[in-house]
Design a protein around this ligand. Structure first.
Ligand code: SAM
Ligand code: SF4
Ligand code: SF4
Length: 358
């Protein structure tokens, strides 16, 4: 699947749909997009199990305890490829906690999928043989040594450095993934130095405190402006300018392709359009992010299980989710939406991520 093929598919999706929809009800969306969806990218939470308990993480809020079996996972990869997807991303929890990840990544490779993995780094070195061959490894970096370990636990910064070196030694492009918040606002310049020193791509996103039922980790407007100024000056930044403008309230997210051009799958096989929809189902984000009467009415969004239906059918029938859109700023989705809107900067940055950083 080349870039041209991806572009052609995206063009069809883009041309076939009518947008400007963020105020619409779920049922209106479903009618509007019937027959016009194409799951170009799929993000899979391989497991919600994790060896860490980071202070900002929403993973503990998940209500999904069971992981799908290896057999179903391998079949899912086949179904995703057959549905026309080009990209698969693995996250979690800690995806490398699954002992069968090597087999799953190998199946992705056989099917020609572009693969990325997001990891905390602990298990990278020992699993480097089967990680070799993925297209991009995201390693979370939430501060300099001191702040990173404060957020993620002692010894984590060392593990991050070890994972960077193992992955780069294996020829895998590596991007540091940083969640910006009040906790690390002061050390963003230190992070910028680490990125350059270790020759890493850098992607940042603002913390979504609605997922964690906490608000004390949100950065202030002044902190955000300062952080954005610092990251924007980094030659290794792959986050788009449009996203940075968006988080400062200077831009807008016009269209959302969640459930139309991409979806996510939870560890138990439940498919959702996006992460806010999953956590709404778990009873957190929806309740935390809504106000007044809407809050009372929120009864949790329901996805569709791929244990009950093949991937393609589940995607075609997936109820679209538009409940917390007005507050959604989740970097992975916002950036994907910009890419799907053919924003030149996002296309350029995505292509750079496919090669090791200079
Ligand atoms: C949930 S983790 C899963 C992958 C892996 N365990 C890791 O830490 O990289 C994926 C990314 O989400 C980020 N994250 C965790 N909680 C978040 C929140 N409340 N808002 C925004 N990002 C968050 C993490 O820092 C990490 O970079
Ligand atoms: S390592 Fe990742 S999944 Fe685990 S607690 Fe930290 S951010 Fe969450
Ligand atoms: S919550 Fe965010 S990602 Fe989900 S449908 Fe709304 S805008 Fe899109």
């Amino acid at each position: 699947m080349g870039a041209v093929d991806f572009g052609a598919k995206l063009l069809r999706l883009y041309a076939g749909a009518d947008y400007g929809q963020l105020g619409l009800r779920e049922s209106d969306h479903n009618a509007m997009y019937a027959g016009k969806r194409l799951p170009l990218a799929v993000t899979i939470s391989a497991t919600h199990r994790c060896n860490l308990v980071c202070s900002h993480c929403q993973s503990e809020n998940s209500d999904t305890k069971e992981d799908i079996s290896t057999e179903r996972f391998l079949k899912l990869i086949e179904e995703i490829a057959e549905a026309g997807a080009t990209r698969v991303g693995f996250t979690g929890g800690e995806p490398l906690m699954r002992k069968d990840m090597g087999r799953i990544l190998e199946r992705c490779r056989q099917r020609g999928l572009i693969v990325s993995v997001v990891s905390n780094g602990w298990l990278v070195k020992r699993n480097i043989d089967w990680l070799r061959g993925i297209n991009l490894l995201f390693l979370s970096l939430d501060g300099g040594r001191e702040v990173h370990d404060k957020i993620r636990g002692p010894g984590n910064f060392e593990k991050f450095v070890e994972a960077v070196s193992a992955a780069q030694g294996a020829g895998i492009p590596v991007a540091a993934l940083s969640t910006l918040s009040s906790m690390n606002a002061a050390c963003v310049p230190e992070m910028a130095d680490i990125i350059v020193k270790h020759k890493l791509h850098w992607m940042v996103g603002m913390i979504q405190s609605g997922f964690t039922k906490r608000s004390d980790q949100d950065a202030s407007k002044r902190q955000m402006e300062e952080m954005v100024r610092t990251v924007a000056a980094s030659p290794n930044l792959r986050t788009s300018k449009r996203y940075l403008d968006f988080v400062l309230g200077e831009g807008e997210m016009k269209r959302c392709f969640a459930g139309i051009g991409y979806c996510i799958i939870a560890p138990n096989g439940n498919m959702y359009p996006c992460f806010p929809a999953e956590f709404d189902h778990a009873g957190y984000a929806g309740v935390a992010m809504l106000d007044g009467a809407d809050k009372q009415a929120a009864d949790g969004y329901r996805g569709i299980s791929i244990l009950e239906k093949p991937f393609q059918q589940a995607f075609d029938e997936l109820p679209l989710y538009r409940r917390t859109c007005s507050t959604c700023a989740l970097a992975c989705h916002v950036e994907a939406n910009y890419l799907y809107e053919f924003t030149p900067d996002n296309i350029r940055q995505s292509l750079k991520l496919m090669r090791p950083a200079a």
